[in-house]
Design a protein. Structure first.
Length: 204
């Protein structure tokens, strides 16, 4: 039987789990959208059309991420009441993956903002009419053409000896939060993007 209460002071308890905690400010985000889409109808070609350069699109955009969320998941459950009298049980039947938000610094050329706005326009840009046309409409692309597997977030220690990495599968930007601007003391312009994804993989 496991011992639940120990005699003696806290000094006698094994402190290895508490002596080296992980810190929140040691992480890195890797994001590359170069492989999204196919051929002349790829996301890269679309972004080139809105003024971004090939060099910027192919580099690691995640380097400008200053705040992120490690992905999490939960189970949807079904309740069963008839197996044992007076006792209800729950069983998992579906795993849900919670959307993750990433916050980025916006550079003076607004390239980060153009990239994510461009990505969302690419997703809903199946229509061929001009946006100024009164008859303009949106038609969503097929998921395989706009989802990406190249979003990673790594959490590590200061010595880079221990690391945990999450890879997002079939990720795409779901929403861009409003960006407040105001008169007064200047601050760095920032944008927060919420990503939806099918699942994540925990890499060692």
């Amino acid at each position: 039987m496991a011992v639940r209460i120990r005699d003696g002071s806290l000094y006698n308890i094994n402190r290895s789990a508490l002596s080296t905690p992980a810190f929140t400010n040691l992480f890195q985000v890797d994001l590359n959208v170069e492989q999204v889409g196919d051929g002349t109808d790829s996301l890269k070609e679309f972004l080139l059309g809105v003024g971004l350069t090939s060099d910027y699109i192919t580099r690691n955009i995640g380097i400008g991420c200053y705040e992120a969320s490690l992905p999490t998941s939960s189970f949807a459950t079904a309740e069963v009441k008839d197996n044992f009298q007076g006792i209800s049980q729950q069983f998992a039947h579906t795993r849900f993956y919670v959307d993750s938000s990433f916050s980025f610094y916006i550079d003076k050329d607004y390239r980060v903002l153009k990239l994510f706005e461009g990505w969302m326009n690419y997703i809903s840009g199946g229509a061929q009419r001009n946006e100024n046309d009164k008859a303009f409409y949106r038609r969503m692309r097929y998921p395989d053409s706009y989802k990406c597997d190249n979003l990673y977030i790594s959490k590590f220690d200061k010595n880079l000896t221990k690391k945990i990495t999450y890879q997002f599968k079939n990720v795409f930007p779901k929403s861009i939060q409003s960006i407040p601007v105001s008169y007064g003391p200047a601050d760095v312009l920032k944008v927060t993007v919420t990503f939806a994804y099918d699942r994540y993989i925990l890499l060692q």
